[in-house]
Design a protein around this ligand. Structure first.
Ligand SMILES: *[C@@H]1O[C@H](CO)[C@@H](O)[C@H](O)[C@H]1NC(C)=O
Ligand SMILES: *[C@@H]1O[C@H](CO)[C@@H](O)[C@H](O)[C@H]1NC(C)=O
Length: 269
């Protein structure tokens, strides 16, 4: 097996994985349409392909309700700001509400459910003030909250968050134009499914404590860490594939959609 010993951890992983592991312990990718153990066995020591990794990543976006947005403080910090001058130009990562709601946008505005996360932006929040001041952004999603559900990759060793996937999406922040009542209702319905509490500060909500607006991250690059490098892909994703993936089928890869894969610890259906 080809192993990239990127770090001590990965090298350790490589060492352990050369021993025989119980069937299915490692297989995090599965096709629900095939239920035989042989598929697990066949996958046990091979990495998912890059397309399969893109399916996993796209599924992670679909199932995620928040992610860490990184921005950079303006340099210099405006004198009127209460932000310390010494953080000028430094990055800050803050968790924000997102949802996979592009398909809820009206025709002509939607990009056709192509994996551009929808963001509920609060004007007062540091993330969106930095963006307003010209910062670039990236958005990190991960599956680390599911550690307890996932099967350890290496039996005998403790559960390892590092074995679980994460992805950072790069691109540009695209504030959405104001929506008709009807279109806004469709977007809100999608977004509130994962964020019922956000009803209080939806754009235009009466009595909202803070003004907000809708935006999306238009993805231009994606950096994926599937887990340990001997059993998962690590690197830059093919963004054409990312954008071509849909829930039930895709115009790229082998045609499967993100509904055809499961992330570590998800119930098999
Ligand atoms: C944002 O990124 C672009 C490249 O994508 C770069 O040209 C630009 O200088 C960056 N802006 C800031 C404020 O760093
Ligand atoms: C990315 O994926 C597209 C669609 O499958 C393919 O046509 C293209 O060759 C891929 N690009 C690279 C650099 O592999």
């Amino acid at each position: 097996m080809l192993v990239k010993p990127l770090t001590g951890l990965l090298a350790l992983g490589a060492l352990v994985s050369t021993s025989v592991l119980p069937i299915g312990e490692q297989a995090v990718l599965s096709n629900p349409s095939s239920n035989s153990l042989h598929d697990h066995k066949a996958n046990a020591f091979t990495r998912p392909t890059w397309f399969e990794s893109a399916l996993l990543a796209r599924r992670m976006l679909a199932l995620s309700s928040s992610g860490v947005i990184s921005t950079v403080f303006p340099d210099p910090i405006p004198p009127s700001s209460r932000t310390p001058a010494s953080v000028a130009g430094l990055p800050i990562g803050l968790r924000e509400y997102i949802a996979d709601c592009d398909r809820a946008l009206p025709d002509g505005l939607s990009f056709g459910d192509n994996g551009d996360p929808t963001i509920l932006a609060l004007r007062i929040a540091t993330t969106f003030r930095n963006i307003g001041a010209g910062s670039n952004i990236s958005l990190e999603l991960d599956w680390w909250e599911h550690l307890e559900d996932a099967v350890p990759v290496y039996p005998g060793l403790p559960h390892s968050p590092a074995a679980l996937p994460r992805i950072t999406l790069f691109g540009y922040f695209d504030p959405l134009p104001s929506l008709s009542r009807h279109d806004a209702a469709a977007l809100e319905k999608c977004f509130l499914r994962s964020h019922p509490d956000a009803k209080m500060w939806l754009p235009g909500a009466s009595g909202a404590p803070h003004a907000s607006f809708w935006a999306r991250l238009v993805v231009t690059q994606a950096y994926w860490i599937g887990g340990f490098g001997d059993v998962q892909q690590i690197g830059w994703m093919n963004v054409t594939e990312w954008k071509g993936i849909r829930q039930w089928s895709s115009s790229v890869g082998d045609g499967r959609g993100w509904e055809d894969v499961r992330l570590p610890g998800e119930k098999q259906r």
